[in-house]
Design a protein around this ligand. Structure first.
Ligand code: OGA
Ligand code: NI
Length: 322
């Protein structure tokens, strides 16, 4: 694995992009994309609104805490309120998704928006729409790269994608900094498209050690989730990553967007040519195999999320886990 991530210009020809995406997915499982056409001012606008939100009084933020979002799994969580690999992360966050009615499926439903700043909602909504467009283009490229055809994902897996968006604030940790911004993990679904500010801190696990993902204005960091690894029999890699504690004197903000299979989609291995690599369960960060998962994406995600927010899982009405 190279010490630098592949950088893919989406403004190029679709087949050329598909080849580059395929190569990145088979090696690092991480790449950055530029030339995606998203208005550069939009991230700055969302960043400003998010910083203003996190600076609001605790009681105001608590009024839209995730507990009030119930099983829709939306809203604010306080510093150390989320666990990765059983360890509390040194981060505060805000969860949103598509705006849906309260009786929708679990992890779907109405968002919880703060009254202030008023611009958070329109800025985040515009960003989510724009990034979803990029995700759909990447899904086309992956369909081409896997030899399934450009429309395969949209037809079979992401007709009604599970879309979750998060904003994280990583406050600086004074030295000696212990723990993690986010502990080592892989993502659950298909594709994660992350925007970050200029502070850095995201690291990807390579065979020879951790690789820094350097911030680049306007670039999106893309990585693959466990479902894509599983469906491709490990040909495409969901690579472990983590966030080191923030140094310096200001907060780091990151904006991961998760583009995942439809809630009811059955997750099955794809009919792909060539030999699948050996199962890496023994060396995976969580010691589990991705090869034997089946059932719907919704059932799988529900079980995963319950581990990250144990208290919320107890209060929320969730369907039985597999
Ligand atoms: C995640 C993640 C990294 C970051 O949310 O899954 O890996 O930089 N985030 O916030
Ligand atoms: Ni992640």
């Amino acid at each position: 694995m190279p010490a630098e991530l592949p950088r893919i210009d989406l403004a190029r020809d679709e087949d050329e992009v598909a080849r580059a995406v395929d190569a990145a997915c088979r090696s690092v499982g991480f790449f950055t994309v530029v030339g995606h056409g998203i208005d550069p001012g939009l991230q700055a606008r969302m960043d400003t609104a998010a910083r203003a939100f996190f600076a609001r009084p605790e009681a105001e933020k608590a009024a839209i805490a995730m507990a009030h979002g119930g099983r829709a799994w939306r809203g604010w969580f306080p510093l150390h309120g989320e666990l990765t690999s059983g360890v509390p992360d040194h981060k505060e966050g805000f969860y949103v998704g598509r705006e849906l009615p309260p009786d929708d499926r679990p992890l779907h439903g109405p968002n919880l928006w703060p009254a202030e700043p008023a611009d958070l909602r329109p800025a985040v909504t515009a960003w989510m729409d724009a990034v979803e467009g990029v995700a759909q283009r990447l899904a086309r490229a992956i369909g081409i790269g896997l030899g399934l055809g450009a429309d395969w994902f949209a037809r079979h897996l992401t007709a009604d994608p599970t879309v979750l968006f998060r904003i994280f604030r990583y406050p600086p940790v004074p030295p000696p900094a212990e723990g993690w911004g986010v502990a080592e993990h892989t993502d659950y679904g298909l594709l994660t498209l992350l925007a970050q500010d200029h502070r850095g801190g995201l690291q990807v696990r390579g065979p020879d050690g951790w690789i820094d993902v350097p911030p680049e204005p306007g670039a999106l960091v893309v990585n693959l989730g466990d479902m894509l690894d599983r469906m491709t029999g490990g040909r495409y890699r969901s690579t472990p990553h983590r966030v080191v504690p923030t140094s310096g004197d200001d907060d780091r903000l990151s904006f991961p967007f998760f583009f995942d299979p439809s809630w009811d989609a059955e997750v099955r291995p794809l009919p792909l040519a060539g030999e699948a690599p050996p199962d890496d369960a023994a060396t995976r960060w969580d010691g589990t195999s991705l090869r034997h998962l089946d059932g719907t994406y919704g059932a799988y995600l529900t079980a995963k999320v319950a581990r990250v927010f144990p208290a919320l899982a107890e209060t929320a009405t969730l369907p039985p886990t597999p």
